[in-house]
Design a protein around this ligand. Structure first.
Ligand code: HEC
Ligand code: HEC
Length: 424
């Protein structure tokens, strides 16, 4: 772990930190102040359970406090973990307050509620079963080769473990395939939120030329040509005729059954204290406090269902992805992407909308406050130039802290599912 982190330290943190340091130096030398969080130098005190202390760095030209805080000794860690165990043995409502920006109202972490089903597409077991068959059936694609499960594979955490997926004719797609675990709880779909319901999302991907390149009528005919499907459609929808909308409704119903509640963190929430190791418990507290993750990854699904600019849009470069802007056409949304859920995140590498980062790379970037891009002279007046979320700040975490955060994220992992489907 430490070796891998050092690689990322060299590859990411150092360049980013140099930029941060250089910027801070300029700001400090220019006479203004830089606000930085104070690193801890001893075992955390009770004050650490509240908002972290903020100090103003006003030293002339020298930037203080940008080094990671010192690690704890083994004895300090044990004492700290013991204290956290007592605090977190309670219901989430009485956990120590999460530390977030004053603009954010975090919803507490917790067990996921029961899955909601829309009134115009209620749950029936037969419909979910039909949707499951369709989800694994390559008949739904123009080539007859690609099923939903090709890119959303339950054995790969409902993603495809690729940076970006291959679509029709093995064309590389531009974005990483998100996990579908708990997707029925999402308020909007796709990295830019361009679909509002699972039904609409399914219709979009089936006919997308780059993805499944299906033709609605051809798909209807292919499915209708299978006697078992005709019977199942009749049982579910009361009609032997197979309609494209019904295919989407069945797929969406199946997707709403893809839920997880068997992670160690869920077991912990249900009262099984030993389900979280000391490291994971310390990581949980870091996640909710010093690391600032609850600014965006909050609530039972670990997402605020909002869009943020993380400095990763590659604006003006070859890999540019304007994100939410492509849907809203609001310049403020350039480069903003949807906050993904973090449940079972450790089984869906690689990460971010472009799938370019391993987990330690992501955490290293967070620790450095994420990349900051400065406009070049031609971009100075550009109203489209993306502005990084003000919620992202350098965190001053040390290797031990990063390991604890990883241990916590690992505790969100569901047992992988191997699903065998006999497509008719
Ligand atoms: C070729 C690979 C591929 C196939 C096949 C595929 N998907 Fe996807 N899926 C993706 C990618 C890539 C994205 C993200 C695209 C984006 O955000 O622009 C995505 C996004 C989604 C989302 C949004 C998830 C979220 O959290 O926002 C859902 C739901 C989904 N797919 C369901 C399906 C269903 C249902 C099918 C079959 C009808 C399907 N997908 C077929 C690659 C694929
Ligand atoms: C300002 C809001 C914000 C904060 C704060 C934040 N995240 Fe994120 N997180 C996001 C967004 C948005 C993405 C997707 C970005 C993209 O794809 O470009 C993301 C992506 C991730 C991913 C990749 C998930 C995937 O499926 O690709 C991980 C892991 C992650 N965050 C963990 C964390 C941790 C740990 C923290 C605290 C150190 C944190 N995040 C803090 C908004 C945030």
């Amino acid at each position: 772990m430490a070796r891998r982190f050092h690689f990322w330290t060299r590859a990411f943190i150092l360049p980013v930190l140099i930029v941060v340091l250089a910027t801070a130096f300029v700001v400090v030398a220019g006479g203004s102040t830089v606000v930085a969080q104070e690193p801890r130098d001893s075992a955390p005190s009770d004050e650490d359970l509240g908002p972290p202390a903020e100090v103003e760095v006003v030293s002339q030209g020298r930037v203080a406090n940008l080094a990671p805080r010192p690690p704890l000794t083994e004895a300090q860690r044990q004492e700290w973990a013991g204290r956290l165990r007592r605090l977190y043995a309670t219901a989430p409502e009485v956990w120590p307050a999460a530390v977030v920006d004053s603009s954010v109202t975090p919803v507490e972490l917790g067990l996921l509620p029961e899955m909601p089903f829309p009134a115009d597409n209620p749950y029936t077991p037969e419909k979910a079963e039909l949707g499951k068959l369709l989800f694994f059936d390559p008949r739904l694609s123009g080539s007859g080769q690609i099923a939903c499960a090709t890119c959303h594979d339950p054995e790969l955490g409902w993603g495809d473990n690729r940076s970006t997926s291959f679509g029709h004719d093995r064309q590389p797609l531009r974005r990483n395939a998100p996990s579908l675990l708990n997707v029925g709880h999402a308020k909007t779909l796709f990295w830019d939120g361009r679909a509002e319901s699972l039904e609409a999302q399914a219709l979009a991907v089936l006919v997308n030329r780059d993805e499944m390149r299906g033709d609605p009528e051809a798909i209807e005919r292919a499915v209708e040509g299978v006697p078992e499907y005709r019977q199942r459609f009749q049982r579910v929808f009361g009609d032997v005729e197979v309609g494209f909308d019904e295919i989407a409704k069945a797929l969406a119903t199946y997707e709403r059954t893809i839920v997880g509640e068997r992670s160690p963190f869920d077991a912990f929430l249900k009262g099984r204290q030993e389900a979280l190791s000391d490291s994971a418990l310390i990581g949980l507290h870091l996640f909710r406090t010093q690391a600032g993750c609850m600014n965006c990854h909050h609530g039972p699904a670990f997402t605020d269902d909002a869009f943020h600019e993380m400095g990763l849009s590659n604006y003006g470069r070859r890999m540019e992805d304007l994100g939410r802007y492509r849907v809203s056409r609001d310049p403020a949304d350039v480069g903003r992407f949807k906050t993904p859920s973090l449940r079972s995140v450790t089984s869906t590498k690689p990460y971010m909308h472009n799938g370019l980062f391993p987990l330690l790379g992501v955490l290293s970037m967070y620790n450095a406050g994420m990349p900051t891009r400065r406009p070049n002279p031609a971009q100075m007046e550009d109203p489209m130039f993306p502005r990084k979320s003000p919620l992202l700040k350098p965190l001053f975490l040390n290797d031990q802290d990063i390991d604890d955060l990883v241990a916590f994220l690992e505790s969100l992992e569901e047992p992988l599912q191997r699903i065998r489907v006999a497509v008719p």
